[in-house]
Ligand binder design. Structure first.
Ligand SMILES: Nc1ncnc2c1ncn2[C@@H]1O[C@H](COP(=O)(O)OP(=O)(O)OP(=O)(O)O)[C@@H](O)[C@H]1O
Length: 371
């Protein structure tokens, strides 16, 4: 799963995207390999994943549209059209793909763009599909071009031409496919070429969740984890999980740890505050790296403008890390502004780091380009 843009890599190990950060961190202590810790993380996530559309919280418009597509297909006794789900990481694209298969009572085949590097890889998957099967392609924007072009015909005509042999001796064999439903998921919808995007009959975009919706996610997950949680504790966690159910569930599991090891076993407001302090997640959901970026912007560069590369170096991170895993959330929160001359602090930035903004015209740093 690609690193998650828009959700900070919590330095305390609460990586909001792949989960390997936190689990990897703890794995190091326990001697578990990072691969095993990722598997642990995925298993923990899977245990909390909603299984039916009725259990899927929020995203009202997408749910209504999807429900209509599924009901109409069921009424006609046909496989529904292909579907594309887009949106930032951790918001429920994979969950919805699994729900679609469950609601259709259809087998689900899961693959991803990075896993399909050759047309032959895709031909092997397509040729083994059962009638009505749901083929979920995560990170579909990362499909290799030859595979992507094969997918066009497969989605349009339920047919692929498989080339056998090489050079002058090569022959193309048409392969008829059973009707299937492709479900693509992407965090970068803009990268999809229009021939591919146009082949999806339904496109749903998932957006960040409201705190009340996240409270519901947290409360339901706590019930699944068989841990009692006070409403105000659920609200506290919901306010700090960056609008993202994946992070909500992860913070809930960490607060549950604290409550079971240092508290009464029940999640109350005290346990929530204490655990979130241990993981250095502040009241707006920022973690240490987020705050380090804001402090560097204010203290080292007088609020900017400063180039992204320079800012990344100042906090000891790769430019890519800051750009994809820290900045989107800070921009969304109004804590960083992107300008052609570089990144600049906003009044909210100065307030968040507890510093007074310099008076206008005071010595500002000349714009430093990106490395
Ligand atoms: N609407 C929702 N209601 C309840 N839980 C949800 C919802 N959306 C996501 N979750 C929870 O968040 C976790 C992550 O969701 P999911 O894996 O579907 O995100 P994603 O968008 O596919 O992320 P990525 O882009 O990183 O693959 C799931 O395991 C699930 O438990």
């Amino acid at each position: 799963m690609s690193p998650a843009p828009g959700t900070g890599a919590f330095e305390s190990g609460l990586s909001a995207s792949t989960g390997t950060g936190e689990a990897g961190e703890r794995a190091g202590e326990r001697g578990v390999t990072s691969a095993e810790s990722s598997a642990l993380e995925r298993a923990a996530e899977a245990a909390l994943r909603p299984r039916r559309l009725a259990e899927f919280v929020g995203q009202q418009v997408v749910r209504e549209q999807l429900s209509l597509v599924l009901d109409a297909a069921a009424a006609r006794g046909r496989a529904p059209e292909h579907m594309l789900l887009s949106g930032p990481p951790g918001l429920g694209k994979t969950t919805l793909a699994m729900i679609i298969a469950a609601e259709l009572n259809a087998p689900l085949r899961i693959t991803s763009g990075p896993a399909v590097q050759h047309a032959g890889d895709l031909a092997a998957i397509l040729s083994s599909l059962e009638e009505g099967e749901v083929l979920f392609i995560d990170e579909i924007h990362r499909l290799a071009r030859p595979a992507e072009e094969m997918l066009y015909m497969a989605m349009e005509d339920f047919r692929v031409d498989v080339v056998v042999g090489k050079g002058v001796g090569a022959t193309s064999i048409p392969l008829e496919l059973p009707p299937f439903t492709a479900v693509g998921a992407t965090t970068r919808a803009g990268l999809l070429p229009s021939p591919l995007r146009d082949r999806f009959g339904f496109t749903g975009h998932l957006d960040y969740y409201r705190p009340a919706e996240l409270e519901t996610v947290i409360t339901r997950s706590a019930a699944r984890l068989e841990v009692e949680i006070d409403a105000e504790a659920a609200a506290e966690i919901a306010g700090r999980c960056r609008g993202t159910p994946r992070i909500a569930n992860r913070l809930l599991r960490r607060v549950r740890d604290w409550s079971q090891v240092r508290g009464s076993g029940r999640i109350d407001l005290e346990a929530a505050h204490a655990a979130l302090a241990v993981y250095e997640v502040d009241e707006r959901g920022l973690d240490r790296l987020d705050r380090a970026v804001l402090r560097a912007l204010c203290e080292r560069f007088a609020g900017g403008p400063v180039g992204l590369g320079t800012l990344a170096v100042a906090v000891g991170e790769e430019t890519e890390t800051v750009e994809t895993m820290v900045e989107p959330f800070l921009v969304r929160e109004g804590l960083i502004s992107r300008t052609p001359r570089g990144r600049i602090a906003t009044p909210a930035t100065w307030a968040h780091v507890g510093l007074a903004a310099p008076s206008p015209g005071a010595g500002t740093t000349p714009p430093l380009g990106r490395f």
